[in-house]
Design a protein around this ligand. Structure first.
Ligand code: FRU
Length: 449
């Protein structure tokens, strides 16, 4: 177990069976909780249940008991989690602050819930996340539109109340507020073209602009708005933007309650659509990323970068400097094992294109078209000061590419060819230079699982 051929070695996958959206991402007292949409009894989607895993570094996970099982209100669809520091919901019984899950009961998706609508419900832990129970007076928010789902709840300190963003139907979402997580008031609706399901909502500082902050609203497909939120209304100030160009990013969610001293906004997503032939599990999560809000000439943009805890898995380091690339491929001697953190800085020079081939898959910067291509997806990418930076995380079945500090990212799955664990650099149509190339062989996060 955890050593299977196509088992991701530093990405979360369920011990067995189907997984989709990350749910209830919350940090409490040294532990990151990861709940996930799970079919406990099959390799395909169904019987939606909240699986549960915990970690101290977001890398090494321990899967525990399933936490939310289907009931007469429905199967357990996606949702979020918060620590109720001020015990606004009144669930606290001892010294631990209540951790509250806000989820969708998908009525009518099981024989037991026939005839029930989709509603929003609560569950909580009063022992720091060891055990969980559903709120006896569920649901807390009735059905507004038939498929409404995926509540994301945050604490809004200035107005001292909870804010929920919820998927309604079509491309429509809504905002609600609550003093206690139990009673909800509709605030307003929001449309996000071509986007459905699993909204996220949070505030971020604008990098390098002391005191400047903006609100970010993200849809399941990673598209996002940046704007203002006055406690009642979210007003986008830019068009809806693409948050990731890869082929397997979905149901993006960020952690709640990461301590202020740390201050990071950490995002995890389902890598929707990966293939795992013959495996006892199906689907995986993305590698956790830190989100930053960066001012660019085009406006404010989200940048994604892998969390620094990946260093916990660094084994051997390989370094090249000022490596001249003539047209063709150059296989790099040293890196072994097929699990890598690759950090490359190119100067395209006279080359038409340059890039890296990782485990048989090219990641190509086209210096004429100003694009980055990997696994059939293409993103616009400009060199900055004549240079292109690529960071590539390679796991058994995934390639995550972050270019120019994460302003362009691609989250994609692949099925490796037998034995293809080499890394090459290449140039085409002219000469290029690899200013620096640093590759870390990575350890498996499951060692000792
Ligand atoms: C997104 C989604 C959610 C829903 C869940 C069901 O992938 O369809 O909208 O809550 O998955 O598993």
């Amino acid at each position: 177990m955890y050593r299977e051929k196509y088992r991701p070695q530093f990405h979360f996958s369920a011990r067995q069976n189907w997984l989709n959206d990350p749910n209830g991402l919350v940090y409490y007292n040294g532990t990151y909780h990861l709940f996930f949409q799970h079919n406990p009894s099959g390799l395909q989607w169904g019987n939606m249940t909240w699986g549960h895993a915990t970690s101290r570094d977001l890398i090494r996970w321990r899967q525990g008991e399933h936490v939310l099982l289907p009931d007469r209100l429905g199967t357990m669809f996606s949702g979020s989690a918060v620590v109720d520091w001020e015990n606004t919901g009144g669930f606290q019984t001892g010294p631990e602050k209540p951790i509250v899950l806000i989820y969708t009961a998908a009525g009518g998706t099981s024989p037991e819930s026939e005839g029930q609508p989709f509603t929003q419900c609560l569950a909580f832990s009063v022992d720091g996340g060891e055990t969980w129970q559903k709120y006896a007076e569920n649901p807390v928010l009735g059905c507004i539109r038939p498929g409404n789902r995926d509540p994301k709840v945050i604490w809004h300190a200035p107005t001292r109340r909870w804010i929920m963003t919820l998927y309604l139907d079509g491309n429509e979402f809504a905002f609600f507020s609550s003093p206690d997580l139990k009673t909800w008031t509709h605030l307003h609706d929001l449309t996000a073209p071509e986007s459905i399901e699993c909204p996220d909502f949070f505030e971020l500082p604008v990098e390098d602009e002391p005191g400047a902050r903006k609100w970010v609203w993200v849809a399941s497909n990673a598209r996002y708005y940046v704007g203002e939120f006055d406690g009642t209304r979210f007003t986008p100030e830019q068009e809806l933007l693409t948050g990731d160009w890869g082929r397997n990013i979905y149901a993006c969610q960020t952690y709640s309650d990461i301590p202020r001293l740390d201050g990071r906004r950490i995002q995890l997503t389902w890598m929707n659509g990966g293939e795992y032939p013959g495996m006892p599990f199906n689907q995986q999560m993305s590698f956790p990323c830190e989100l930053r809000l960066v001012r660019t000439p085009q406006g404010l943009r989200l940048a994604r970068r892998p969390i620094r805890e990946i260093e916990n898995l660094y084994a051997r380091e390989h370094l090249w400097e000022d490596l001249a690339l003539s047209p063709g491929e150059l296989e790099l001697q040293g890196p072994r094992g097929g699990l890598y953190d690759i950090q490359a800085q190119f100067e395209a020079g006279s080359a038409r294109s340059v890039g890296i081939i990782a485990c048989g898959e090219p990641i190509t910067y086209d210096a004429q078209a100003h694009t980055l291509t990997c696994l059939g997806c293409t993103a616009p990418l400009e060199a900055s000061n004549g240079q292109v930076n690529l960071r590539i995380l390679v796991d058994r079945t995934s390639l995550e590419v972050y270019a120019n500090g994460g302003l362009v990212s691609m989250t994609s799955c692949f099925l490796p060819q037998e034995g293809a664990d080499q890394i090459s650099a290449f140039a085409a149509g002219g000469e290029a230079t690899l200013k620096t190339l640093r590759i870390f062989d990575l350890l498996s996060a499951w060692a000792g699982a």
